[in-house]
Design a protein around this ligand. Sequence first.
Ligand code: SAM
Length: 254
Amino acid sequence: MQERNLIYQADCMEMFQNIPSASVDLVIADPPYYHIKGAFDFIFQSVSEYLEWCRGWVGECYRILKPTGAFYCWGSSQMIDRLSVEVLDQFGWLKRNLIVWNYKTGKPMKTAYRNETEFLWFYSNALHEISQDKIRIPYCAGGEKDKRKNPKGKTCGNVWESPRIMPNYKEATEHPTQKPEKLAERIILASSKPGDLVVIPFAGSGSEIVQSIRSGRDFLASEINALYVDQIILPRLEKEFGPAEGRWSILTGN
Ligand SMILES: C[S@@+](CC[C@H](N)C(=O)[O-])C[C@H]1O[C@@H](n2cnc3c(N)ncnc32)[C@H](O)[C@@H]1O
């Protein structure tokens, strides 16, 4: 069986080279958004260069997914439409949902409405099913008293309300675009099972890695920035789970 629970300190394309086709249950991709935040967003000279780059790694995500597999990709309002139409739709998977993350805060603007959302595309292969019972959410006050309603809560919709990470949160790191663990947890519980393999091409601060380990999934992750790996991901994993002791390892790229 393929070695698992590896963090490649490398370009994600190096990690993909080592992953056989149709072998992965879930991909959670949180790529650079293009000219929004973080130095990694600004390395692209043009939108077409950015979309061309996305075609490369998205094609690899499509190749490695099992027929039961699911693919989630984060994006912001300025690019999620082009990313979807010009890149994600070009592969043979099914477009399932555009999930809206509503964090309810954001900078006021004179020329536009306040941006309080980011977006998450959910595509999957034909045989994928969501574990609805793992991600049920509470009914609005009083709704749970209706005997026809499911006592475990209502099924999860495509608007996810959850705050952004504030500096005083326990999970906060120095990474400029860290995603809340709660969001990673919901994706993982919905679209994978214990022992499944989750691929995380853009690990950043490691939120998706933490939740994979916590939920008993295996993972393969890559992060190109050595400082994020050494100074954020590894200390975070040790803080959460104690010394690695063979539970995860680092591979350094070329
Ligand atoms: C949006 S952040 C991911 C944040 C992550 N979801 C978290 O919660 O911390 C994108 C990350 O991708 C990394 N990155 C950019 N290009 C990459 C590449 N070609 N291969 C691997 N990682 C890359 C950046 O250094 C950055 O940390």
